[in-house]
Every structure is written in structure tokens, then in C-alpha cells.
Design a protein around this ligand. Structure first.
Ligand code: SGN
Ligand code: CA
Length: 517
């Protein structure tokens, strides 16, 4: 690495003397890393994945990353919830190792993280946007973070020793700040790593001023299981509190404010933060919706269908702001020439339900929340248009970034570098199983604790406090509607998956009993 760093300094010197480095010389420098991370972006809402919403709500800029680089179709998280996912990304370890099991935990910033290791090796490092780990960031030369979940309109940022209030829409502002930082790096000549972390598209899915009317005339296709009755599934699926029918609020979530709901917490942190001009633009769109809804007297399944359409119009418009702003970053990297030597990664902290099983939110080990989008591009290193279907995880990101920078990963890290998957077929010993564990119960949305194991085809889940098991064949039942746990034909397979779960837990050091969870 030091040799490469010396080469970089030399090249900066040559460039200053008006001799542009050749592409071979650039390819030999320590690469930059731009990690763009969103909060709750469902792969169903990223058109490169070609899901049911792709045509009506395209994401052309995110798709640019997939086209110039690669798309991972089986990227999963270790624990489908925000702060634990972020802790796993930073440390390359499961929740029981990094200590961040639920959103209520505080991140131990003394442990090894990939930003710290890159910083130590001479990288300029920055974190801009959502952090959500409670403790002060470590390992970054520069950080500007949202407090806790942050706000969509006129957000506050915490910076070292101060807080600043900004005017505008959070996705635009995080991008502005990131571009400003990138421009400075261009001058410094050091390799850099930027974590650009959006609040969007987190609940309550507040659209930006440029997209208020974007999807107002569009009717989005419903998932086939919007009215799931949870037959064959267990207590957890039946007793969750994350349904569009029961949990989704007409006021806070769908912005139908009335005199009673005004003044509530959600009102104050959303509409209540807007300035006069922002409110006027907002009201122009929402006032007629409120009026029409009040006159409609919708009930039962009609009401659920109506809520789903409102949810999609808001959520997908929030995604479009992300997409526009990703486009600004890609344009900048291209016009500055930085793209010649930069790994660009796009991912979300977990997936999200867009009406599948009748839900929003995440947490379960079912596909929509367990899986997360992952796109990567890197000129000259990743063949454009690659699609990878191996089992990969947010557990792998830290080791990937370390290998890209030419650094060794600490032995405590539990993932695998994805670098070998960038250039060709997976190594023969690539993993066939991934371990999952969700701990936040009791808690918001009431999803019971569970752990499980997935192979590319089969998934075994254990809601251990209920002692209920579920087993799915993802090939014949991709929507996970048919729990095969009691089916006689699968008993041998289930027994082998149970054994695999036990062995994987031993491998990762998951300690029994679970009294400390
Ligand atoms: C808030 C949201 C929940 C969400 C959690 C965790 N409620 O509590 O819907 O599941 O955050 O989200 S809200 O009324 O405040 O929007 S996470 O992405 O940070 O894990
Ligand atoms: Ca999240």
C-alpha cells in the first residue's frame, strides 16, 4: 500500500506539471471508494432488478451503476434492522460479536472498523448523512451526521462540536455536502473513502419538493399477497404490527392531517418543520387528496388498496430523489475522471415490504426484508452488466473494501471479500449458507425474535421464544406463502438444515443459551 501511495504522490506531482497520468498508471493507484447507502430501499423499487414496479417507477441512475458494473441478486443482511445493519457493515461481524443487536444499542466505536483501518493506511475518510449508532463516529477525518433518524425537511446535522440547521430537502443536502467533500479530495491527491448515507426512503416517506406530483396519476400493481391470510405461517406473522390495514396511519404515514392529528409528534417532525413556501407546495398536492378521501368513505379491502396506492406514490417519489442525486454523484465522478479509479457501491441497510404479505417495514427473515439491493461499479475491474447470484451479505462489505485498498482484514471479521466475485466466477468454496438473527422484541412493529439459515434455495427459520419453525422452498414458493415445516416429504432436508444451523452458529460463536439476548 505504501508503495502505491508513493506512486500516487508522484502522479499528483506529474499531473501538477501538466502531464496527465495514463489509464494504466491510474489503474495502479489505491482505488477510491464511494459507498452510497440508503435506509429501507426495497429491491422491488430499484428498476435494475426488474420487479413489478420497474416500468412505472424507473431508477435510471441506479441502473447506470448496474449497467456499467454489476448487480448482486442474492445480497442478504445478518439482522434486518437499521442500526444493527450499520454496525455489521462497519465491523464485518454479526450482531452478537459487535454488540449491536437492536436499534436501542450504542455502537462501541473502539472496535475494529473498515473506515478506521483505511484511515490508518492513509485514506481520507468521510461519513455524511444518517448514522443512527448513538456514539460519536470514529475512523472518519470528516463527518456530518443526522441526529438519530434525521428529518426530511430542513434537517439538522451534527458536526464535531456543533449542530447546524440546513434549509432544504435532506437527500439533496446530503448530496451537496458529499460533492463538496469530494471536490476537496480531488485537490488533496489522497485516496479517499466516502460513506454517503441517505435518510431516504425511511418512514414517513416524505416526498421532496421536486417530486411532489411525480406519481400522482399512476396506479401501481399490487403484490399478489397484499391480502395474505397467513395460513400455514406461525404466530409471528399473524401478530406483527406492521400491516397496511391496521398499522399504517392515515395521518402520519399518508399525510391526511386533520385538526386532531395536528400537533402530534409525527406532525411536528414532518409537516410541522416545513417553511411557508414548502408547505404551500405540499398543500397544493395533498389538500385535494384529503378532500377526496373524506368524501369517499372507503372501508375494508378498498381502504387497504387505497392506502397501498398512496404509500407507493410517496415511497417511490422519495426513491426518485435518491436516484436523481445518485445521478449527480455519478456525473461528478465521470466528469472529474475520478470514476477511472473508484469503486462505487450502492446498498441499503435492509429491504422493505411494499405491500407483500400486507406489510410495510422490515425485520422478518422473509425475502423482501432479508434481501437488500447491492450494485457495484469499478472501471476496468468489473465487467459491465455482470449479474451475480451467489449468497453475499452486508457482513462482506468491510472485507471487500479492505481488499480493494490492498489491506488485510482483522481475523475477527466474519464475512468474505466480494472482490473475487467482481472479476469472474465464484471460488469453488464460496458459501452455501447464511445465518440470520433478529432480536428486537418486544419493540415497535412487534416482530418476534428469530434466527435462521438460508441456502440459495431453502430457508429455515426458528422463532425461538415461541419455539415455532418455518421452512420454505424459494424456488417453488418465492413469495413464502407455504410453510413446509410439517410436510413429511421435507423432513430429511429440514433435519439437515437444522444441523447446518447448529454448525453455522458454532462457526460464528453464537453462544447458547440465549439468556443474554
Ligand atoms: C421508527 C419508525 C418505525 C421503524 C423504526 C426503525 N416509526 O420507529 O416504523 O421500524 O423507526 O427503523 S416512525 O413513526 O418513527 O417512522 S430503522 O430503519 O431505523 O431501523
Ligand atoms: Ca433501515
Amino acid at each position: 500500500f505504501r508503495q502505491k501511495y508513493a506512486a500516487l504522490v508522484l502522479l499528483a506531482f506529474l499531473a501538477a506539471a501538466c502531464q496527465q497520468p495514463t489509464s494504466e498508471e491510474i489503474a495502479d493507484l489505491p482505488p477510491n471508494i464511494v459507498f452510497i447507502f440508503t435506509d429501507d430501499h426495497a429491491y422491488q423499487a430499484l428498476s435494475a432488478y426488474g420487479d413489478r414496479l420497474a416500468e412505472l417507477a424507473p431508477t435510471p441512475n441506479l441502473d447506470r451503476i448496474a449497467k456499467t458494473g454489476m448487480r448482486f441478486d442474492k445480497c442478504y443482511v445478518t439482522n434486518s434492522i437499521c442500526a444493527p445493519s450499520r454496525a455489521t457493515v462497519l465491523t464485518g461481524t454479526h450482531s452478537h460479536v459487535n454488540g449491536h443487536r437492536t436499534n436501542a444499542d450504542t455502537f462501541d466505536g473502539t472496535q475494529a472498523t473498515f473506515p478506521k483501518l483505511l484511515q490508518k493506511a492513509g485514506y481520507a475518510t468521510a461519513l455524511i448523512g444518517k448514522w443512527h449508532l448513538r456514539s460519536t463516529p470514529t475512523g472518519f477525518d470528516h463527518w456530518e451526521i443526522l441526529p438519530d433518524q434525521g428529518h426530511y425537511y430542513n434537517p439538522t446535522f451534527i458536526i464535531p462540536g456543533d449542530t447546524v440547521q440546513e434549509e432544504g430537502y435532506v437527500t439533496d443536502i446530503i448530496t451537496d455536502k458529499s460533492l463538496a467533500w469530494l471536490q476537496n479530495q480531488e485537490k488533496s491527491g489522497k485516496p479517499f473513502m466516502l460513506m454517503l448515507q441517505h435518510k431516504a426512503p425511511h418512514r414517513e416517506w416524505e416526498k421532496g419538493p421536486d417530486h411532489l406530483t411525480l406519481y400522482e396519476d399512476v396506479v401501481f400493481p399490487e403484490p399478489a399477497n397484499l391480502f395474505d391470510d397467513y395460513a400455514t405461517r406461525g404466530t409471528a406473522a399473524r401478530t406483527q404490527d406492521m400491516s397496511i390495514a391496521e398499522t399504517m396511519q392515515l395521518s402520519a404515514d399518508l399525510k391526511l392531517w386533520n385538526e386532531e392529528s395536528k400537533g402530534s409528534g409525527p406532525y411536528r417532525r414532518t409537516y410541522g418543520r416545513m417553511n411557508e413556501q414548502q408547505r404551500a407546495a405540499w398543500d397544493e398536492v395533498y389538500d385535494p387528496i384529503i378532500e377526496e378521501f373524506n368524501a369517499s368513505n372507503l372501508q375494508g379491502t378498498d381502504l387497504v388498496r387505497w392506502k397501498y396506492q398512496r404509500y407507493m406514490r410517496d415511497y417511490l417519489a422519495v426513491i426518485r430523489s435518491v436516484d436523481d442525486n445518485v445521478g449527480r454523484v455519478l456525473d461528478y465522478l465521470e466528469t472529474s475522471g475520478l470514476d477511472q479509479n473508484t469503486l462505487i457501491v450502492y446498498a441499503s441497510d435492509q429491504g422493505f415490504y411494499l405491500g407483500e404479505h400486507g406489510w410495510f417495514d422490515k425485520r422478518f427473515m422473509y425475502e423482501e426484508s432479508f434481501r437488500t439491493p447491492l450494485l457495484m461499479s469499478w472501471k476496468g475491474k468489473i465487467t459491465p452488466g455482470r449479474i451475480d447470484k451467489n449468497l453475499v451479505s452486508n457482513l462482506d462489505f468491510a472485507q471487500t473494501f479492505l481488499e480493494v485498498a490492498g489491506l488485510e482484514a482483522p481475523i475477527i471479521m466474519q464475512g468474505r471479500s466480494l472482490v473475487p466475485l467482481m472479476s469472474g466466477t465464484a471460488p469453488e468454496n464460496w458459501r452455501n449458507f447464511l445465518y440470520y438473527h433478529y432480536y428486537e422484541y418486544p419493540g415497535v412493529h412487534s416482530v418476534h425474535k428469530h434466527e435462521g439459515i438460508t441456502s440459495p434455495r431453502y430457508k429455515l427459520m426458528h422463532f425461538y421464544e415461541l419455539d415455532e419453525w418455518e421452512f420454505y422452498d424459494l424456488e417453488t414458493d418465492p413469495m413464502e406463502m407455504n410453510n413446509l415445516y410439517g410436510n413429511q416429504d421435507y423432513q430429511e432436508l429440514i433435519a439437515s438444515m437444522k444441523d447446518r444451523l447448529k454448525r453455522t452458529k458454532m462457526q460464528y460463536g453464537v453462544i447458547e443459551p440465549r439468556s443474554n439476548y
